[in-house]
Design a protein around this ligand. Structure first.
Ligand code: MN
Length: 168
């Protein structure tokens, strides 16, 4: 099971298309919000089940604010994260996740790739494929792979080199 996790494409669906081409075959696409436009287009080009949640800029799209899905025994909670003060850290996400028996928390909003692998819970942010904000500003995504033993592996990847002025 190979899951592509992206976030904060902010309408740059050429980047969504590009990263799909770059990573090849996937079984699921998860978008952690701030899609802004073309959500149906993304579903059409993904070629697999798509989970998408609303970000703070998605008021024109009909997306759920959060989703909890079960994938091969992993309970995955997808949220954009802005109601949980993620710009100040992941404490509120961790607290909510622990309360709700979540195995993997996926969030966005910060445009900064992040992963914390704990004993009982993994918290991760794929970063942004369109408007990265971390030092060096390389656009990032994340792959979650669940192997034949049912064990999850995580890897951030760089989307093809490009740089775009941050203007959001
Ligand atoms: Mn956001």
């Amino acid at each position: 099971m190979r899951i592509l996790v992206i976030s904060d494409s902010h309408g740059r669906n050429d980047d969504v298309k590009g990263v799909l081409e770059q990573v090849g075959e996937i079984d699921m696409l998860i978008h952690c919000g701030d899609v802004e436009r073309g959500d149906q287009y993304i579903r059409d080009i993904a070629g697999c089940p798509v989970v998408m949640v609303a970000g703070n800029n998605d008021y024109y799209l009909d997306l759920p604010s959060e989703e909890t899905i079960e994938v091969e025994g992993y309970r995955i909670w997808v949220t954009h994260g802005h109601p949980y003060y993620v710009n100040s850290g992941v404490d509120y996400l961790r607290e909510y996740g622990e309360m709700h028996d979540v195995d993997v928390v996926m969030y966005g909003h910060t445009h900064v790739p992040f992963i914390e692998i704990g004993d009982d819970m993994t918290i991760l942010n794929p970063g942004s494929i369109s408007y990265p904000r971390q030092a060096g500003r390389k656009p990032t995504f994340l792959l979650m792979e669940i192997d034949d033993m049912g064990e999850a592996h995580y890897a951030h990847g760089y989307y093809k080199e490009h740089f775009r002025e941050l203007n959001i």
